[in-house]
Design a protein around this ligand. Structure first.
Ligand code: SF4
Ligand code: SF4
Length: 303
């Protein structure tokens, strides 16, 4: 059974993707089969940090009701039963779908007695399936101006289930990179995870958003350990770590500000890449090694 590790965080820009990509790379370096899933569907960028490409796309469509005026008897049954109030109905008139509030549940389509509702659909996003540096990468992407990110996350989960049921695909470790925040897209991914790693930074915003995401993780009854990124920021490291300790928040490790990490961002090569040009004695490199060892111990993954 693959162990699922979810990298998340209440706040944007804390370095979730950097950490997801480097942990995936470390597991791969240790001989594990790794699937990395980019669930930040409004802003997927794992592939950029791995010098990969968006390829092998499949479309994600969303149901839209369309009414056949010749078949509709204007009975109003569909509008009466639509709990999203997405069908505007005036007595003796053909209902009008209000697509931006329609949940796509298809109830109207199923219950229309005259089959006047046609199942139309609209492409709202894509799933990319690719391989970079021997890591399988699954990326969800919501199209610009679309609002239904949860549909793309759901499609990602379905794709993972297909992969896990495929006898040819054997994964030891699956790593999720979530969107920032504590909303339903993030919840869906945390719900599936065995181990959750919220990423934060030593600022007041970081602390507040960390507490918010921990509240969600606790509600979902999941185990978690925190990574503090940019921990050396303005010398607040010890104070911040002490605060976490005082609140019984366990820390998996911390990553100081490091020039090589910035360089890895700029050139799109993971810091922990086997053949990389980074300083293996550098602060960033060593901190990732410590985090990997702690994670392997915590999750019971044999290294
Ligand atoms: S249930 Fe069917 S027939 Fe009745 S109003 Fe709706 S679309 Fe028309
Ligand atoms: S698909 Fe569901 S939400 Fe949309 S109009 Fe039909 S019943 Fe309402």
């Amino acid at each position: 059974m693959a162990k699922i590790i979810c990298i998340t965080g209440g706040k944007g820009g804390t370095g979730k993707t950097l950490i997801a990509v480097n942990l995936a790379t470390l597991f791969k370096n240790h001989g594990f089969n790794v699937l990395l899933v980019d669930g930040d569907v409004e802003n997927p960028n794992t592939y950029l940090l791995m010098n990969g490409k968006l390829e092998n796309s499949s479309e994600v469509s969303f149901f839209e009701p369309k009414i056949d005026e010749h078949k509709c008897t204007k009975c109003g049954l569909c509008a009466e039963n639509c709990i999203s109030h997405a069908l505007l109905y005036i007595k003796d008139a053909i209902p009008i779908p209000i697509l931006n509030v329609c949940s796509g549940c298809k109830l109207c389509y199923k219950i229309c007695p005259t089959e006047a509702i046609i199942a139309d659909s609209r492409v709202i996003g894509l799933i990319y399936s690719t391989k970079v540096n021997n890591i399988d990468l699954l990326i969800g992407e919501l199209k610009p101006s679309e609002a239904r990110s949860a549909v793309i996350v759901k499609a990602l989960m379905e794709k993972i289930d297909i992969l896990l049921n495929d006898k040819h695909e054997k994964y030891d470790v699956i790593i999720f990179d979530t969107a920032p925040g504590a909303h339903c897209d993030v919840e869906e991914l945390i719900q599936r995870a065995d181990y959750v790693i919220p990423v934060t930074e030593p600022t007041r915003f970081g602390r507040l958003d960390l507490l918010r995401i921990i509240e969600l993780i606790d509600l979902l009854n999941k185990e978690y350990r925190v990574i503090v990124n940019r921990s050396s920021l303005l010398g607040f490291r010890d104070q911040f770590l002490n605060e976490l300790n005082d609140n019984d928040i366990q820390v998996l490790g911390d990553i100081p500000l490091d020039e090589d990490i910035v360089k890895s961002y700029c050139i799109g090569v993971p810091l922990m890449d086997n053949h990389s040009r980074f300083d293996t004695q550098g602060k960033g490199y060593k901190s990732f090694q410590i985090i990997y060892e702690n994670l392997a111990k915590w999750s019971g993954i044999k290294t």
